[in-house]
Design a protein around this ligand. Structure first.
Ligand SMILES: Nc1ncnc2c1ncn2[C@@H]1O[C@H](COP(=O)(O)OP(=O)(O)OP(=O)(O)O)[C@@H](O)[C@H]1O
Ligand SMILES: [Mg+2]
Length: 253
């Protein structure tokens, strides 16, 4: 797909497929178009040219019911984007009430189940300001989950968090991946990528410069740019320690 803002060509022919249960990790330098790509997938910013298919339906078709289709694509943001005036449970249930028109009690029940999946059931009646960043992000994940989407898009879900809160969010994402959730995750958390991603895409300058399995990227990346970038982020994000931690956990389970 292609996307420009005025003279700035942000996406210059990015194309990939997603199968059920895939966990695709997108990474690359700031400004490379990662967030734009996610916003184009769920039509928050329709691409200028290209196609987005969801279970065989083209979201670009003018007669597509874009709201119904968008409800099948969950989104988790870097800065959580919770409603500050709503309790955790209401942040999670509001989509069920407004979009799926579920009755209050049923919406509440399902929202509680979603909060349980992110280990926050006992925080249901707290407001975002009473929750840590990690807890707020887990509410954000529950809000996406509760809609039972076909795919969830994550845009750097841990990059606004203090280091000690990153692990609890990654753990929830790891649980989702293992439960077979289809996910597209923009992240520089290499440990997460290594533990669960089916394919990693390195985006730079609006194109996919290199793609492959985590194994490929961690052992034999082809391009020098990718190698340099991986080195940088493993220093910045402490990729190696977390990577080991997560893969140790994997083995013990
Ligand atoms: N709504 C917009 N209007 C104009 N330019 C935009 C808009 N959104 C993004 N851009 C520009 O498009 C380019 C890609 O932005 P994008 O946010 O997709 O990058 P990114 O890879 O997500 O970066 P980061 O790692 O910093 O989040 C940037 O140069 C940005 O300034
Ligand atoms: Mg971004």
């Amino acid at each position: 797909m292609w996307k420009s803002y005025d003279d700035l060509n942000v996406l210059k022919g990015v194309s990939f497929e997603l199968a059920q249960r895939d966990v695709k990790v997108i990474f690359g330098p700031s400004g490379s178009g990662k967030s734009t790509l996610l916003r184009c997938i769920n039509m928050l910013e329709p691409p200028d040219k290209g196609e987005v298919y969801l279970s065989g339906q083209n979201l670009m078709e003018s007669k597509a019911n874009i709201n119904a289709l968008r409800a099948k694509i969950g989104m988790v943001f870097q800065h959580f984007n919770l409603f500050s005036h709503l309790k955790a449970i209401d942040n999670v249930s509001i989509g069920l009430r407004r979009v799926k028109k579920l009755p209050k009690e049923e919406a509440r029940e399902r929202a509680l189940e979603a909060l349980q999946r992110v280990r926050l059931a006992e925080w249901a009646d707290h407001y975002p300001a009473e929750l840590s960043g990690g807890q707020q992000q887990r509410v954000g994940i529950a809000r996406a989950l509760v809609m039972e989407p076909d795919v969830i898009l994550f845009d750097e879900p841990t990059s606004a968090l203090d280091p000690e809160l990153i692990g609890e969010v990654l753990q929830v994402m790891l649980d989702l991946a293992k439960a077979g959730t289809t996910m597209v995750v923009v992240t520089h958390e290499l440990g997460f990528a290594r533990a669960v991603s089916s394919e990693m895409l390195y985006l730079d300058g609006g194109v996919i410069v290199e793609r492959g399995t985590p194994e490929h990227f961690f052992t034999a990346p082809k391009s020098e740019r990718v190698r340099r970038f991986l080195n940088q982020i493993s220093i910045l994000y402490g990729g190696h320690e977390k990577l080991l931690e997560l893969s140790k956990k994997e083995k013990n389970e």
